[in-house]
Structures are given as structure tokens and as C-alpha cells.
Design a protein around this ligand. Structure first.
Ligand code: PLP
Length: 361
């Protein structure tokens, strides 16, 4: 089925309004969840079926549920924003639907029709719209799919559950807009050619946690991964893509080659930078070059970008070999300009000439 009629069961025990308002005043990130969820089941015999909007609640899983053993799981991350005119909008949700289908293909899972993905997300935003925080906040949406068959054995499962949950969020990094410090891992890599680096599957994140823990031990906010072959070329952060701004105003970002996640923010920033007249090259950039360019002043700024953290300046880089500062350690002008251009579109204060905003309701 390409579209569905969702059976709607309202939560008759929602979070009380006063409690919800308290959460929305300081939502943090990933801590509090809305009252409903969407689920759609898939089985080899029936295909996609049983589309529901229902009260958010736990799944009951058999201990032999395939995902618990073989990690056949994929997810997406996207946000619903309250725009300046009071409407509710999603940013380029069709891109998330497409990437979800590509992740499914890589993980030997059934493709969820993109129209159905969009319908499911819209349905959750519509029913839980009261959970969208004001100000800089947004409603983070987490569509995901996992192998739900009770089965031990290494083969693609024959049953899956697709689900969408949502949580109100504020800034991803505790320091808000302060430039972040990153740790470059020389021990762990994230993905190799032929692996799952371009898919948004849970296993990629499981494998990154030991490096992220190492970053935290070194008082860094995020880990930067280098390529798996030479341990030399910068790939991406644990949950964000990366951009380098040079002294001639040009911008460099690592190319997509199957080992990094094709970020929707990354693609948007490339377009916005080119529109602003900047030269953007998707070209490999080495860690030692990064350090040398930061020292010589050839490199002016570095920023990370993704749905969760939007655009965040990187002020300091640490590694086993030492550390270096980028620019004056704070946010640079190009980083601020590109963030404002992106956020302006997301919040409806800038002309959305590419129709990136998808209004809900
Ligand atoms: C590993 C990784 N890279 C990059 C990104 C940025 O992608 P997007 O801009 O689509 O959120 C994310 C976030 O989803 C991520 O997890």
C-alpha cells in the first residue's frame, strides 16, 4: 500500500497540560516524549498493514526477537518547527523518506513507500502538535523500523514494525551556541567501503559509542572519525557532517562515498553556500592538513551540521597527538551566516524559494 487510513486511538491519559508546559519550557534533548506514536506492521504475507496512531507505549518483544540479536534496525531524525506565522512545518521530509528507503535496502529490509512515511510523520505531528515548543525549540521526530520476527538465524526477518515517536527538544549541545570541542579518534573508525556507513542503522551508532566515550573522557563534545583505510582523511562526526571554511572564503566538505551519512543539512548547506556565491568543494581533507591550515591561518572556520545540532562551530580539536584551536576558538562569520540562512528558512522568516518547507495541518 502506498498510502493508508490510520486507525486513530487517542491517548485517554495524556501528560497533563501543566506538566507538558513545564517540559516544553526546558525540554533538553531526547528526555521527554509526546502522548502518541504511529505504528505500521509488515509481514512477508501481508506487506504493510495495520497503520495506527495510538497512545505511546512499550512494545512486547519475545527474547528471540530478531532485532535484539542481529540489529536489523534503521531510523531517521527530523524536526517539526513552529514557523513565525504560527504554522507547523517539516524541513525537507521527502529527503528523510528517501534516505529511509535507501537505508532499508542496505539492511535487507522492506522499503516503506515514501508517501506512507510522510503520511505517518504528518499524522503524529498533527495529533501531538501541542508538544512543539516555542522559541528555538522544535519537535524531534524519530521514525524507525526493526525486525520483529521471533527467530534466531542470520537472514533477513520476515516481520517488521515501523514506528514514529516524537520528543520536544531544545539545543543539542548543553552550551547552546558556544563552539564545541571535538576529539579525533586515531583508534576507532566508523565505516569502511562496502559497509553500512551511508545507511542510518542503529549498528553504526553502537559501534561509535566507545569512540564517543573516549571523546567525553577528553572533555570533548563529539568524536571526529577518520577513514578506515589510511586513518588520514576526515569523514564526519558521530552524528554530524563537517565543513571547513578557508581564508579565500571557499568551503570544503568530505565527499559522499558510501562511508559517511548523506546529511540533509549537509546538502542544504552546500546549496545555500553556493547561492551566497561561495565555492564549495566536496573533496577529501586530511587531518594533518586541518592542523597545518589552522596553524597557518589558511583555515578560518570549521563547523558541524545535522538535524539535531543544526550548525555548530568547532572551536578546538583534540587528539592523542595534541590539540589546536580554530580561528579565535569561537563561531566564525561564515558559520553564522549559513546557520542563519538555514534557520531562517526552517522558521519561515526567509523566502523558501526551493519549497523545502512542508506545512502540516
Ligand atoms: C552520522 C551522522 N552524520 C550526519 C548526520 C546529519 O544528517 P542530517 O543533516 O540529515 O540530520 C547525522 C544525523 O542524522 C548522523 O547521524
Amino acid at each position: 500500500m502506498d498510502s493508508a487510513t490510520f486507525a486513530i486511538t487517542r491517548n485517554d491519559n495524556p501528560v497533563p497540560t501543566a506538566e507538558r508546559d513545564g517540559i516544553l519550557a526546558d525540554p533538553g534533548f531526547g528526555r521527554a516524549f509526546t502522548d502518541h506514536m504511529v505504528t505500521i506492521n509488515w509481514s512477508a504475507g501481508l506487506g504493510w498493514h495495520d497503520a495506527q496512531v495510538r497512545p505511546r507505549g512499550p512494545f512486547s518483544l519475545d527474547p528471540a526477537c530478531a532485532v535484539l540479536h542481529y540489529a536489523q534496525e534503521i531510523f531517521e531524525g527530523m524536526k517539526a518547527y513552529r514557523t513565525e506565522d504560527g504554522a507547523v512545518a517539516l524541513f525537507r521530509p521527502a529527503e528523510n523518506a528517501r534516505r529511509f528507503a535507501e537505508s532499508a535496502e542496505r539492511m535487507a529490509m522492506p522499503a516503506l513507500p515514501e508517501a506512507l512515511f510522510l503520511q505517518a510523520v504528518d499524522a503524529l505531528v498533527a495529533i501531538d502538535g501541542a508538544w512543539i515548543p516555542g522559541g528555538d525549540g522544535s519537535l524531534y521526530l524519530r521514525p524507525f523500523m526493526f525486525a520483529s520476527e521471533t527467530f534466531l538465524g542470520v537472514r533477513p526477518a520476515s516481520e517488521y514494525i515501523f514506528c514514529v515517536i516524537a520528543c520536544p527538544v531544545g539545543p543539542y549541545f548543553k552550551g547552546g551556541r558556544k563552539a564545541v570541542t571535538v576529539w579525533v579518534s586515531d583508534q576507532y573508525t566508523r565505516a569502511a567501503r562496502g559497509g553500512t556507513g551511508a545507511a542510518k542503522c542503529g549498528g553504526n551508532y553502537a559501534a561509535s559509542l566507545v569512540a564517543q566515550a573516549e571523546a567525553i573522557r577528553h572533555e570533548c563534545d563529539q568524536v571526529v572519525f577518520l577513514d578506515a583505510v589510511e586513518h588520514r582523511w576526515i569523514e564526519e562526526l558521530g552524528g554530524m557532517n563537517i565543513f571547513f571554511v578557508m581564508d579565500d572564503g571557499s568551503i570544503v566538505t568530505p565527499p559522499l562515498g558510501g562511508t559517511i551519512l548523506p546529511g540533509i543539512t549537509r546538502a542544504s548547506i552546500i546549496e545555500l553556500a553556493r547561492e551566497a556565491g561561495m565555492t564549495v568543494s566536496e573533496t577529501p581533507y586530511a587531518f594533518d592538513q586541518w592542523a597545518a591550515d589552522a596553524a597557518s591561518g589558511r583555515l578560518r572556520e570549521t563547523f558541524a551540521c545535522g538535524t539535531a545540532a543544526v550548525v555548530s562551530a568547532i572551536g578546538e580539536v583534540r587528539s592523542a597527538g595534541g590539540s589546536f584551536t580554530i580561528g579565535n576558538g569561537g563561531e566564525g562569520l561564515v558559520t553564522a551566516q549559513l546557520r542563519e540562512a538555514l534557520v531562517g528558512i526552517q522558521r519561515g522568516s526567509r523566502t523558501d524559494s526551493r519549497n523545502w518547507l512542508h506545512r502540516v495541518g
